[in-house]
Design a protein around this ligand. Sequence first.
Ligand code: THU
Length: 162
Amino acid sequence: MEQKIITISYESFSGIDMLSDVDRQLCLKAEEALNTSYAPYSHFRVGTAIQLKGDQIVLGSNQENVAYPSGLCAERVALFAIGAANPSAVIERMAITAKADHFQVEQPVTSCGACLQVMAEFEKKQQQEIEVLFYCIGGEIMKVRGIRSLLPFVFVESRLEG
Ligand code: THU
């Protein structure tokens, strides 16, 4: 038996004022996207803003359904909208934030595994890493460069391609 260790890294910022202009603007756009969240079941709103090469920004928010699994996370709402509207788009960075109706969100909300797998697919398709900002409103911001740092054991199988 051999014990193996994987190291991942991220940057931590104590507040939105510590970010570059580009990152701060994207976080504020993610906050704006909270307005379109449809979350009557969880009362947990998630917003994302995705910046494409060429500076276009696409917003997304979680969309729930009374048949619970039919709903979709904010990240995949925006990512699939980009894939459907512009298959050759290149994603440079994305910001994600959340707000709960019944409690205070005190830490950055990190994306679920399914959303990370979808982000990884975009990275593979565009052959360029995506920067991800997890923005806690009034709190910490985590910045990750590349989905591998979030999902080190991402599913890959090259024989399923082509
Ligand atoms: N949610 C997201 O939008 N993104 C994630 O990465 C995790 C969870 C949403 C799904 C559901 O509408 C609500 O948050 C509570 O799970």
